[in-house]
Design a protein around this ligand. Structure first.
Ligand code: OSB
Ligand code: MG
Length: 364
């Protein structure tokens, strides 16, 4: 087992209601098992702004509590692996990184693509873009124009108080027919319900996570007060959370991120719950490298992912990635699902070495 902390400069700084990211830091897990290698990417960021996990906490939990507990053992399924980790509370992103590496290795050992291994059916996925907060509505319109011209199926606009209604209005006026949505990353409270209701006139597909990062009660109240469907991201950490949110009518759509919910297995459980209830889901993103992006593409190939995901072409994110081939967007706004074994991407060891800040190895 190998753990690496890497730093990759982003092509463009990414601004959300919780801050600006200029450089992507993440922890990567490599598992060498019986002749195959699997890679997993931890989506925890540098600071605890999206969730409480960070690259530092993930490193700590993986090296102290997760990896030593599974090192040298045999597992035939991700369920068995997760069973071994049942004692570990929370730390979903750390846990998901290991499960991702394990599933990549397992799919490779069976000579199957990760997508097929997970039950994916599609040969391509619908791709959307997530656009950070810009300095002016005009600047935002210019970026949306470029992205839609590339072919992306929908544009997600990051919003926060002071950078919301006028920005959305400008984009909607410029692109009357485009599939648009917004993501507030918990920047509002229930007191802003009337304000958020003024978004209803723009025909947005959804408002993502307007209220508290851990809330599902106020979201239910808000959901009843606005016409635009509410989508939850930050608040959903498990299949149980998803079930609770749907029972309370806190949301009508769920953004699924394997990292946020403890791995692909739990992500698929949420997919299944939503599919049974006719609730649409889509695959979120966390500015992943091609390793995490490939895991997302595999997940998004499952049949319940009926809305375009935040899985865009590799070249939107980094000057140079650490795994290849890059994901490219077709003129129809889709990404091809790899058919080669595992995730379908291979790590460029030299490139990886150059961006590594920290490395450790555990040998059975
Ligand atoms: O809320 O969906 C989010 C990136 C980092 C943290 C949280 C979020 C995001 C994105 C980016 O929206 C999606 C992408 O990877 O392109
Ligand atoms: Mg979000």
């Amino acid at each position: 087992m190998e753990l690496r902390l890497i730093a990759l400069p982003l092509l463009h700084p990414f601004e959300t209601s919780f801050g600006v990211e200029a450089e992507k830091h993440c922890v990567l897990v490599r598992l060498d098992c019986e002749g195959v290698t699997g890679w997993g990417e931890c989506v925890a960021m540098n600071g605890p702004w999206y969730s409480e996990e960070t690259t530092g906490t993930a490193w700590h939990i993986l090296t102290q509590f997760i990896l030593p507990h599974v090192l040298g053992r045999d597992f035939d399924s991700a369920q068995e692996l997760q069973g071994r980790l049942a004692r570990v509370r929370g730390n979903k992103m750390a846990r998901a990184a290991l499960e991702g590496a394990f599933l990549d290795a397992l799919a490779r050992s069976r000579d199957r693509s990760l997508a097929h291994f997970l039950g994916g059916e599609g040969t391509e996925i619908e791709s959307g873009v997530s656009i950070g907060i810009q300095s002016s509505p005009e600047a935002l319109v210019a970026i949306v124009e470029r992205e839609l011209a590339t072919g992306y199926r929908r544009a997600k606009l990051k919003i926060k108080p002071g950078s919301d209604i006028e920005f959305v209005r400008a984009v909607r006026l410029a692109f009357p027919e485009a599939q648009l949505m917004v993501d507030a990353n918990s920047a509002y409270t229930l007191e802003d319900a009337e304000h958020l209701r003024s978004l209803d006139v723009f025909g947005l597909t959804m408002i993502e996570q307007p209220l508290g990062h851990d809330d599902i009660v106020d979201h239910a109240t808000l959901s009843a007060r606005v016409q635009t469907p509410i989508c939850l991201d930050e608040s959903i950490h498990s299949a149980q959370d998803a079930r609770h949110a749907l029972e309370l009518a806190s949301c009508r759509i769920i953004n699924i991120k394997a990292g946020r919910v403890g791995g692909l297995t739990e992500a698929i459980r949420i997919h299944d719950i939503c599919r049974n209830r006719g609730v649409p889901v889509w695959c979120g993103g966390m500015l992943e490298t091609n390793i995490g992006r490939a895991h997302n593409v595999a997940l998004a190939s499952l049949p319940g992912f009926t809305l375009p995901g935040d899985i865009s072409a590799s070249e939107r994110y980094f000057v140079e990635d650490i795994a290849y081939p890059n994901f490219r967007v077709s003129s129809r706004g889709t990404l091809a699902v790899p058919t080669t074994p595992g995730t379908g991407v291979e790590v460029d060891e030299q490139r990886l070495e150059r961006v590594t800040l920290r490395r450790t190895e555990l040998v059975a």
